[in-house]
Design a protein around this ligand. Structure first.
Ligand SMILES: Nc1ncnc2c1ncn2[C@@H]1O[C@H](COP(=O)(O)OP(=O)(O)OP(=O)(O)O)[C@@H](O)[C@H]1O
Length: 750
């Protein structure tokens, strides 16, 4: 047997042992689950809820153990002191609790990603195990200290491979499936430093296209949940992405890392109960995203606290009480001094006014009134229709939706609330009362909700009761964990979250997603350059600790309300308190394509981050000039079909996208349909389809084996950032179909 074969056989034995242990643990959890289920729905309510909680717990554990099947173990560290440490997707111990496999997120695994020959960190050899199913197919050694390795008796001829690059290049060259995969086996040192960066404070990760920002953001979420489980399990982690398609694209990654508790949302989803599906011109969205809109909403709220011009006299039980402008002005001033939200301060205002009116009433009686009689008088006044109307006119109870609808549909209200906007800008904001909410409305609704507060005290009493119940449940869960010894599987908070004492049992993630005022322990924002100032305000409310991971690329900005300069956007919001990390290697786009994209973006004046490409692919950039406008769609469709067939032949899978400005996508689809190909299009696009048609904005954050780009000059004219995005989506080839000249510096030699 060659030295290498015996190494392979040795590793196979280790991997077999690890899978055997995984199978045992799975069987154990399944048995426990079955036992709990067998117990059936009898016993006291508390017994039942305890059983339900354990059932869900074991279901979660089974699901977690199922999800780590692929590449369970992918690395080995040989340390100076002779210790061998296997690194994998989760931590495993044997029956005696001796470690078999180290979780990639544990401090003991860090050297697997960070150690270099210059800084070996106690490591003499790092080994990558490449597996297919449960079979070890190849090994790759990174020798960090050859002398130490030889001294320890290793035959240098038994070393597998020469560097750690093979595993990375194999991962990068693989055909795309339509869903993002995890990168645990090949995280690079600069990425690892970001993933393990401390929890506190705001970390901005700037990096060009394909540098792994999304991958790093997701692995960081998984890492933080592991390293700070106690804090984050209770408060939750929110991941914000640019579109629903994007969220579907990434939704397998965290479960494959054994984490299911992260809430994912777009900014448009942040206001529970409002489905912001409306669309509007980019110019209007930009306007709604400006910081000045915070002042406009604030003013609109204050303008609903009004002193009437005239007194209103009301007859109550034969006496007359007068709602006097002076009293209203006094009561408004006193209520405002409380600095509470509008609807809550209104309670003070109404109480104050009713006391004044009751005093007028009592004066007219001419005799002393006992306190309980006075309360009755106040109640009579409160329920008198004219008084109710007069007080509402002075201080209207409001909902966020009502306030905003009023601003958009009543020009005089908007004019009064927004003197800083020009008449043209105000006209842009006008819309019919029944128009759907748009994503840019959501931060404004949130701003309004914050200023208005809850309309009733009942909700607050309910919240207090909920908090008390939750505390009691946690205490009870602690007792249960102590008595069952299941503490290593779950924390008291997680178990308490599962107790179904009333209503359906909700996880932290589910509770958080349904509650506008929920504050998360950490928020991760991807494609963060697209967020407007108002969107940031809404988001920051959800993380008062300012523990944030903000990833993006200021050269890829397409939304006019977004930013091309992190400091300009974030300094005012975070008071300058954020740290910057950069990613510099493009793992997606072949070098020649990335360089062309970089040149074009620079020529268009974008702040392009310097980057190098991890790999090159021959003939990755091709272009084809058509003779007439009408030929663009047909040529693009033909190229897409040809490329899709090629990709399928090579890999048996793979994906191709045609990217064109919105005005052209229908023509491309029609040309494809004429050739018998149904290509899905737009927001709801099927991510697994072999051929799709997208606008540049819809392709944001995604990647494809081949991209057919239609008329780059047109994409550039609409948005330079969009062209940069579109050109950097392919992992193998970019094919350009054009009639107009290619944009400046497109085909300079690289
Ligand atoms: N260390 C790594 N090992 C293997 N693959 C990697 C690694 N880092 C990144 N990748 C792959 O590179 C591709 C690009 O990563 P990702 O989408 O996270 O980049 P991005 O910076 O968010 O890109 P963009 O800004 O263009 O959307 C993905 O397929 C990702 O899996």
């Amino acid at each position: 047997m060659a030295a290498n074969d015996s190494e392979l056989a040795g590793e196979q034995q280790v991997v077999d042992r690890l899978y055997r242990r995984l199978d045992e643990l799975r069987a154990q959890s399944r048995q426990r689950l079955a036992a709990v289920r067998r117990a059936g729905p009898s016993g006291s309510p508390q017994n039942r809820s305890e059983r339900d909680a354990f059932a869900t717990l074991y279901e979660d554990r089974v699901a977690q153990l199922e999800s780590v099947e692929d590449r369970l173990a992918f690395g080995r560290l040989d340390l100076h002191d002779g210790e061998r440490r296997y690194v994998g997707r989760i931590g495993l111990t044997d029956e005696e609790q001796s470690p078999l496999l180290t979780d990639w997120r544990a401090p003991a695994a860090q050297a697997f990603y960070r150690a270099t020959a210059a800084h070996p960190d106690g490591v003499v050899r790092r080994r990558h195990l490449v597996t297919s199913g449960r079979q070890v197919t190849s090994l790759e050694d990174d020798v960090l200290d050859l002398d130490a390795l030889v001294r320890s008796g290793v035959d240098p001829r038994s070393l597998a491979g020469v560097s750690g690059e093979g595993a990375l290049l194999a991962a990068l060259g693989a055909a795309r499936t339509g869903r993002m995969g995890d990168i645990v086996a090949t995280i690079q040192a600069e990425q690892d430093a970001i993933i393990r960066s401390e929890l506190t404070g705001a970390l901005v990760v700037q990096g060009g296209p394909g540098t792994g920002k999304t991958a790093v953001a997701l692995h960081r979420a998984a890492y933080l949940l592991y390293a700070h489980r106690r804090v984050l399990e209770r408060s939750g982690v929110l991941m914000v992405g640019p579109s629903r398609t994007f969220l579907r694209y990434i939704d397998q990654v965290l479960p494959s890392l054994g984490e299911t508790g992260v809430v994912t949302a777009t900014v448009a989803d942040l206001f529970p109960g409002v489905a912001a599906r409306g669309t509007e011109p980019a110019e209007v969205a930009e306007l709604k995203g400006r910081t000045v809109m915070a002042t406009v909403v604030r003013r609109a709220v204050r303008q609903r606290q009004r002193v009437p011009q005239q007194p209103t006299s009301v007859r109550v039980d034969g006496r007359t009480v007068v709602v006097r402008p002076r009293d209203v002005a006094d009561a408004i001033a006193r209520a405002r001094r409380q600095n509470r939200p509008h609807n809550q301060a209104r309670v003070t205002f109404v109480r104050d006014m009713l006391a004044r009116l009751a005093e007028q009433y009592v004066q007219q009686l001419g005799w002393d009134v006992a306190p309980e009689d006075r309360a009755e008088i106040v109640e009579d006044l409160r329920t008198t229709r004219e008084i109710r109307i007069a007080l509402n006119l002075a201080w209207m109870p409001l909902t966020p939706q009502g306030l905003l609808t009023d601003l958009w549909t009543r020009p005089h209200r908007l004019a009064a609330a927004a003197p800083e906007l020009s008449p043209r800008e105000r006209a842009l904001l006008a819309r019919p009362a029944d128009a759907a909410w748009t994503p840019a409305d959501v931060p404004l609704l949130d701003e309004a909700a914050e200023l208005l507060g809850e309309d009733d005290q009942a909700a607050r009493a309910q919240a207090r009761a909920d908090a008390e119940r939750h505390a009691a449940e946690i205490e009870y869960a602690r007792q249960v964990l102590r008595s069952t010894g299941a503490g290593d599987l779950v924390s008291a908070e997680a178990l308490a979250g599962r107790f179904a004492t009333s209503g359906p049992s909700l996880t932290t993630a589910e509770r958080a997603a349904a509650d506008r005022t929920w504050t998360y322990g950490h928020v991760v924002v991807d494609e963060a350059q697209e967020l407007s100032a108002m969107a940031w305000r809404a988001l920051l409310r959800r993380v008062p600790t300012r523990s944030l991971t903000i990833v993006g690329d200021v050269a890829q900005t397409s939304s006019p309300g977004g930013t091309r300069d992190w400091a300009a956007m974030l300094d005012p919001l975070l008071r300058g308190s954020w740290r910057l990390a950069e990613l510099t290697v493009n793992y997606r786009t072949p070098a020649v394509v990335a360089q062309a994209a970089g040149r074009v973006a620079e020529a268009a004046g974008l702040p392009v981050s310097p980057q190098t490409s991890a790999r090159d692919v021959p003939d990755a950039l091709t272009s084809e000039r058509v003779a007439a406008e009408d030929d663009l769609a047909t040529a693009a469709a033909a190229a897409a079909r040809r490329r899709a067939a090629e990709v399928a032949e090579v890999s048996g899978a793979g994906r191709v996208a045609v990217v064109a400005v919105a005005g052209r996508t229908s023509a491309v689809r029609a040309a494809l349909a004429a050739a018998g190909v149904e290509a899905p299009e737009g927001e709801a696009v099927d991510l697994h389809a072999p051929l799709v048609v997208l606008t540049p904005a819809q392709s944001k954050g995604l990647e494809f084996d081949v991209v057919v780009l239609v008329e780059p000059a047109e994409v550039l004219a609409a948005s330079p950032g969009d062209l940069y995005v579109a050109m950097t989506r392919p992992t193998h080839a970019l094919h350009v179909v054009h009639l107009r000249d290619l944009p400046g510096r497109f085909d300079e030699p690289s």
